[in-house]
Design a binder for this molecule. Structure first.
Ligand SMILES: Nc1ncnc2c1ncn2[C@@H]1O[C@H](COP(=O)(O)OP(=O)(O)OP(=O)(O)O)[C@@H](O)[C@H]1O
Length: 223
């Protein structure tokens, strides 16, 4: 689905990530951890071809990203839903309009029943007409998750989705991601929260990866 072979990533000539090998199989659940600044967001950006590797081979759904045109990459990105660290809402639009944005930017009219069902699923039906600044942290993250799945992607990449949330809300968000995985979606979550990883591993078969000293490796057995 997403495959990295000896992938490296440099910024301004300095290598941040080196020699990474990974196959994200359909329906798998991965956590990505590592110290602040290790390169977790950069790794996720590679996985949705926001960045191209400085070395190695990266393929998305069987296609080498280097051989793809911008339009092809844009097309493949519709199969990957991203929950960004800072949510990235348009504050002048309602929650409902923000969630529907991936459809409207690709000139597709949202199916209003499906949109309301999705907002109900994340517990935000009552906030459909609110503006993003009126939402709590947990509500923002759930709206961001709804937006990430509106196109029915095969893969969901979530960057610190529980970063500012209390434990109860973190578990609620995690349960939505676990539910998506049980529906067959491939899920990757970057997080610092080791307790959250332990809690989730009790519910789902998750692999834990760690970025350390520029390399991607399996995390220790203590997780
Ligand atoms: N566009 C860029 N140009 C240059 N350096 C960058 C760029 N984006 C990120 N970096 C640097 O790369 C390093 C890794 O950043 P990244 O955001 O991937 O780390 P992270 O593991 O997600 O960190 P955190 O846990 O704090 O969110 C940081 O030192 C950052 O300053």
């Amino acid at each position: 689905m997403i495959e990295l072979q000896n992938v490296a990533m440099s910024y301004s000539g300095a290598e941040l990530l080196s020699d990474m090998n990974l196959h994200l199989a359909p329906g798998s659940f991965h956590f990505l951890t590592g110290p602040s600044g290790a390169g977790k967001t950069t790794f996720l950006k590679l996985c949705y071809a926001e960045l191209l590797p400085s070395a190695g081979h990266l393929s998305l759904f069987g296609k080498d990203v280097r051989a793809m045109s911008r339009d092809e990459i844009a097309g493949l990105r519709q199969r990957i839903g991203v929950v960004h660290q800072d949510c990235q809402f348009l504050d002048h639009l309602s929650v409902e309009e923000n969630v529907a944005l991936p459809l409207t930017v690709s000139n597709r009219a949202p199916d209003m029943d499906q949109l309301r069902e999705l907002l109900s699923w994340v517990g935000l039906k009552h906030q459909a007409n609110a503006r993003p600044p009126q939402l709590s942290g947990g509500e923002r993250q759930r709206a961001a998750l709804a937006r990430a799945v509106i196109m029915s992607p095969d893969v969901i990449l979530a960057d610190e989705p529980t970063g500012n949330l209390d434990w109860e809300m973190s578990l609620r968000l995690l349960s939505l991601l676990v539910e998506l995985n049980r529906m067959g979606k491939t899920v990757v979550i970057a997080t610092h929260d080791l307790n959250l990883i332990r809690q989730t591993k009790a519910q789902v078969s998750a692999r834990v990866l760690r970025i350390a000293n520029r390399h991607l490796q399996a995390a220790g057995a203590d997780l």
